[in-house]
Ligand binder design. Structure first.
Ligand code: UT7
Length: 332
């Protein structure tokens, strides 16, 4: 029986034109460039215009990924869109992306797993290809998180930004693709990162709508920080062990871009040279499910990421959830 592997053949990204700097934020809330840079490493983030929706950003990143892969949208077999900030709760944003791309009427679904959603989606897309059930799979991470931010809450509004990243996975018989993974979730920490409103617990009705903070993203930064540092280090070791590899075998770690201190902590614990960690959080802030494909796409375009390399993705976020996966890019 032929063995199928899921190779990464296309990468695309989109960030809105408008840039919001730390100095801009210091005019809105009681914060400073010094505080934001020293606590998070973030200097600026991109913010979508009023006319843009999350599906527009997802479609823009996808078009670039499809062009690089030389895959026509009509040749896609499956579309998975990871997001926690969709255009609407119903319909699923994935169907809007499918329509905007002019893809065929293929299966498309939206995956919600917090910031690690895109890594979850990469594992699922790869599994479909490895099982011989799909040839071309589009895996998107897109977030228009600024619309969920309370721009009077300095603890959250300085940290996040809007962007999208997309990858085309394609079946090949060359050994490559997903080498190992770990997906995890611990709902006992759900309260640490949430947006309460708009679900069954708190539907948008006249009697529930009054409590402002329920309609914005809320975060217990210290708790998420502790969880993130622990999980990032543990899951990196776990996927290496599962693949029977060491850090010496890995070309780059592409971590979730939430905070430079978390990335540096993980690098320190793993005794990894800082340059092996791909980081662009300073220019985009935390773009949740978009952050890893965005960072990978930039690193591909500046020549760091190349065919033949082994990459580790590692993420954590609302749920609380975490995910790590090792991918090998096929040589041409
Ligand atoms: O995608 C996954 C989700 N999120 C994360 O990964 C975030 C994880 N957490 C973090 O990155 C960090 O905890 C933060 C960057 C959110 C905060 O850094 P910290 O070093 O943990 O700061 P802190 O929350 O302990 O706050 C320290 C102080 C507080 O003042 P007091 O209580 O010490 O007087 C805050 O009120 O900093 C204050 N503070 C600010 N000051 C200026 C909080 N936000 C700001 C701000 N500007 N924007």
């Amino acid at each position: 029986m032929t063995q199928h592997y899921a190779n990464i053949v296309g990468l695309g990204m989109y960030a809105p034109e408008k840039v919001l700097t730390n100095a801009d934020l210091a005019k809105i809330v009681d914060t400073s460039d010094e505080w934001i840079v020293s606590r998070s490493g973030i200097r600026e983030r991109h913010i979508a215009s009023d006319k843009e929706q999350c599906s527009d950003m997802a479609a823009a990143a996808s078009r670039d990924a499809l062009a690089m892969a030389n895959v026509d949208p009509s040749d896609l077999d499956l579309i998975i869109v990871a997001t926690s900030s969709p255009d609407n709760h119903v319909p699923p944003m994935s169907s809007l992306v499918q329509d905007k791309l002019g893809a065929g009427n293929v299966g498309a679904y939206t995956l919600v797993a917090g910031c690690p959603g895109w890594v979850y989606a990469m594992v699922q897309g790869s599994a479909m290809i490895q099982a011989g059930l799909a040839k071309n799979v589009l895996v998107v991470g897109a977030e228009l998180i600024s619309r969920y931010l309370d721009f009077t809450d300095r603890a959250t509004c300085v940290l996040f930004g809007d962007a999208a990243g997309a990858v085309v996975l394609q079946a090949t018989d060359k050994p490559c693709g997903l080498l190992s993974y770990e997906l995890g979730s611990d709902g006992s920490g759900a309260e640490h990162l949430k947006m309460k409103g708009c679900g069954t617990e708190l539907p948008p009705r006249e009697d529930t709508i009054g409590n402002r903070e329920d309609w914005y993203l809320q975060m217990n930064g210290r708790e998420v920080f502790k969880f993130a540092t622990r999980k990032m280090v543990d899951s990196l070791h776990s996927v290496l062990e599962k693949a029977d590899l060491t850090f010496d075998d890995i070309d780059y770690v592409v971590p979730h871009q939430a905070n430079m201190r978390i990335i540096e902590y993980a690098a320190g614990k793993a005794k990894l040279a800082p340059e092996k960690m791909i980081a662009n959080v300073s220019n985009y802030g935390n773009t949740s499910a978009a952050s890893i494909p965005l960072a990978m796409c930039e690193a591909y375009h500046d020549g760091r990421i190349k065919p033949g390399q082994k990459l580790v993705f590692s993420s954590f976020g609302a749920g609380l959830t975490w995910a790590a996966a090792i991918f090998e890019l096929a040589t041409p």
